[in-house]
Design a protein around this ligand. Structure first.
Ligand SMILES: O=C(O)CCC(=O)C(=O)O
Ligand SMILES: [Fe+2]
Length: 507
């Protein structure tokens, strides 16, 4: 592809490939341990993403701060750099030819964190865009934030659209373009070439954006360290001495991240679900064992615990969760973890074929909605697991014909990660679906119908050893046949997720 950008916008954290897993993981993350940090900037919805096995059905990201979002390059699919206010010039047609052996993204430099405007294949791929004089662009490896530099000077490749009337060959804006610009033809067209030797820098601790200096000054290195250390390492080193944390093994070491207190010990899983089935105080939520070991507590199925609370979320809360989903980036087509291309382990995010639905992450502003807080607090109350173990609410939307193929929410290798397994999935149905959209446990042959306000809860790990994933818990979301399906989930981890996420831990 020479110009497509839709798969080029995000950055995901690098998940270790789980060689012996056929698991489609919908892992998550926020922040960026090895990754380069999520899809955005500190003042965008920072974060995340992540994902699972090599074939991972990655659900991207999560959280941090979705206050205002206009720096978000995910939103900008346009191949034309925006015309600035008052701009009078006519557009200039630009071609960027990529002679390097890396696939590249071309970013419009908005003075903040840039917007991807095009992608070019290695060894001759071309991006064509339309822009205006004086607009600046910079080049990164495809799908990640890592810049391509001139190996001699270690300067990131960038170029500026020149003033035609100043003549060519002289390099109108001097200095700034390190490509050989050529006067492509007479009709206001320019060609820029990314040279064959363009490559990632040997120095990992760099600022990827000029705005890093200001961001560090306003305290972002401590407020949002995971993203900032990866993307603004130089400035965060100058200000906070964080340079050594660019190494994700150091930054994300479990004892550094306080990831040492497990939510569950052996036996806690059974105790919790049995309590839901028997304790009077949960009656108000309409508890119902769908599957239980030995079929105890009137469960229809004998098997691992699958539990429903039919009256868990009220209409007002649902309205607020759905409202909050629109903040930040809103719904985006679900993605998988792609190839790892960055030197620091950044991986490309690719549109998922096994998960055709869209999802939104409930960021800071969404989480502050009282109805969202009350649902999360209720989940804390019934699970007894504090919310720092939860990934942000993920809100899912399936339109007719959309589905989420068979996958597992956690997998064996997760036990060594700082946040441990996803031990519990707390899944909420936010509307009634006319037809289809059941959650189906494929190995257990159990289907659960969506119903507004219902919570469906299952564990991904074993009762006698919460560090082992439970291979029986594969499931899928069946195709929605009629109507639309809205749902939300909290994935709950064995260890503190929030702090790890803040420091850029990857799932
Ligand atoms: O949509 C569903 O029914 C299931 C979604 C799911 O598997 C998940 O969020 O992990
Ligand atoms: Fe799932």
């Amino acid at each position: 592809s020479t110009t497509g950008t839709t798969d080029a916008t995000g950055v995901t954290s690098a998940a270790k490939n789980d060689a012996n897993s056929i698991v489609d993981l919908d892992a998550v993350v926020v922040g960026s341990c090895d990754d380069g940090g999520g899809t955005d900037s500190p003042d965008g919805e920072c974060v995340v993403v992540a994902a699972g096995g090599g074939d991972g059905n990655a659900a991207p990201k999560t959280i941090v701060d979705d206050v205002d979002d206009d720096d978000d390059d995910d939103d900008d699919k346009s191949k034309t750099a925006p015309r600035r206010r008052g701009e009078r010039n006519s557009p200039v047609d630009i071609s960027i030819r990529n002679d390097s052996d890396h696939r590249i993204d071309v970013h419009y430099d908005d003075g903040r964190f840039g917007n991807v405007v095009g992608t070019a294949d290695a060894n001759g791929g071309i991006v064509r865009i339309s822009s205006f004089e004086t607009h600046r662009f910079f080049i990164t490896m495809h799908g990640v934030r890592e810049g391509l530099v001139d190996p001699e000077t270690d300067e990131q490749h960038s170029f500026v659209v020149r003033h035609r009337h100043r003549g060519w060959g002289g390099g109108g804006n001097g200095g700034e373009e390190d490509f050989e610009g050529e006067d492509h033809d007479k009709h206001n067209e320019q060609l820029f070439v990314v040279p064959a030797n363009a490559s990632p820098s040997k120095n990992k601790c760099k600022d990827r954006y000029p705005v890093c200096v200001q961001e560090a000054e306003r305290g972002e290195c401590t407020r949002n360290p995971g993203w900032m250390i990866v993307n603004c390492c130089r400035s965060c080193d100058d200000r906070e001495g964080y340079g050594y944390l660019i190494d994700s093994d150091v930054r994300c070491a479990p004892d550094r991240l306080n990831a040492t207190t497990p939510a569950w010990h052996a036996g806690d899983l059974d105790d919790l679900f049995a309590r839901w089935a028997t304790d009077e105080r949960y009656k108000i939520y309409g508890p119902r064992a769908i599957s239980s070991p030995g079929g105890v507590h009137d469960a229809e199925h004998d098997g691992p615990w699958i539990f429903a609370f039919d009256d868990f979320v009220n209409d007002d809360e649902i309205e607020q969760i759905l409202r909050g989903a629109a903040y930040g980036h809103g719904y985006q087509r679900s993605t998988d973890q792609g190839q790892i291309v960055g030197a620091s382990g950044e991986a490309v995010k690719v549109t998922s074929s096994t998960r055709t639905s869209s999802n939104a992450w409930c960021g800071k502003r969404c989480e502050d909605l009282p109805g969202v807080m009350s649902v999360t607090a209720r989940i804390e109350e019934v699970t007894g697991i504090p919310q720092n173990h939860y990934e942000s609410f993920q809100i899912l939307r399936y339109e007719e014909g959309q589905f989420y193929r068979r996958h597992h929410d956690s997998s064996e290798h997760k036990k060594n990660d700082s946040t441990g397994h996803r031990i519990l999935t707390f899944f909420l149905y936010l509307n009634d679906v006319e037809n289809g959209g059941e959650t189906r446990f494929t190995t257990l042959d159990i289907d659960v119908k969506p119903k507004k306000g219902r919570a469906l809860v299952w564990s991904s790990v074993m009762n006698d050893d919460p560090n082992r994933s439970d291979a029986r818990m594969y499931h899928e979301a069946k195709e929605v046949l009629k109507g639309i399906k809205y749902a939300a989930n909290h994935w709950i981890h064995q260890f503190d997720f929030r702090n790890a996420n803040l420091w850029g831990w990857q799932v």
